[in-house]
Design a protein around this ligand. Structure first.
Ligand SMILES: C[S@@+](CC[C@H](N)C(=O)[O-])C[C@H]1O[C@@H](n2cnc3c(N)ncnc32)[C@H](O)[C@@H]1O
Length: 181
């Protein structure tokens, strides 16, 4: 599976706490290996995400406070691709998703909260500016669809090691296995 890390930019506490947490949980559930909460730290988001990882397993890493420019430069320096999700970008067609997949490089996905720095659109920062439909909606929905298109069905088969809780899918009702830590 292609390696993916999400960079969340523009988090303002307390108003963005819930959405930033949902960006992280979506990233984790849909197969990303981690999220960078750029430029700021927020203990409440770090705690909520940490709790989900402890209970539901996997090795998702949340790094907070890293300056976005440093994170992007390091990623690109190691040969990674940067994809900026924006309503103003090229539409995420099957062709574009295929092109990104075939490059077979680790992908950093930039998602905003408030208006992002103009530089995010520049070649020095992003290899692709991608829109999930050319209408404004949400960082959570655009991230989910982008990851699904890039990771195919593979993300659905991901195992979350060291889980204490595991859902056993049911036609009706809830069944959760409690495993030894
Ligand atoms: C709620 S939007 C806010 C955008 C901000 N008001 C602006 O004018 O740029 C937050 C983030 O959602 C993502 N987003 C929203 N709509 C999108 C779309 N149609 N395609 C891709 N990403 C989108 C982008 O990453 C954006 O930075």
């Amino acid at each position: 599976m292609v390696r993916v890390v999400v960079l969340r930019w523009g988090h303002r506490a307390p108003r963005d706490r819930r959405v930033t947490t949902h960006v992280a949980l979506t990233a984790r559930a849909f197969g990303a290996e981690g999220m960078i909460l750029a430029d700021v730290r927020d203990e409440s988001v770090e705690k909520s995400v940490g709790k989900v990882v402890r209970l539901w397993g996997g090795s998702f890493k949340l790094e907070a406070g890293v300056p976005w420019r440093k994170a992007v430069e390091e990623w690109r320096g190691k040969g990674g691709l940067v994809v900026h999700l924006t309503a103003y970008g090229e539409p995420l067609t099957r062709q574009l998703a295929g092109k990104i997949r075939r490059l077979n490089k680790p992908v950093m996905v930039l998602v905003g909260s408030q208006k992002v720095p103009r530089e995010f659109f520049a070649e020095t920062v992003s290899d692709f500016n991608v829109s999930v439909g050319s209408q404004p909606h949400s960082e959570v929905s655009s991230l989910a669809i982008f990851l699904d298109r890039i990771l195919g069905e593979e993300w659905l088969k991901k195992e979350f090691e060291r889980a204490r809780l595991k859902i056993i899918p049911q036609e009706r009702g809830k069944k959760v296995l409690r495993l030894e830590a």
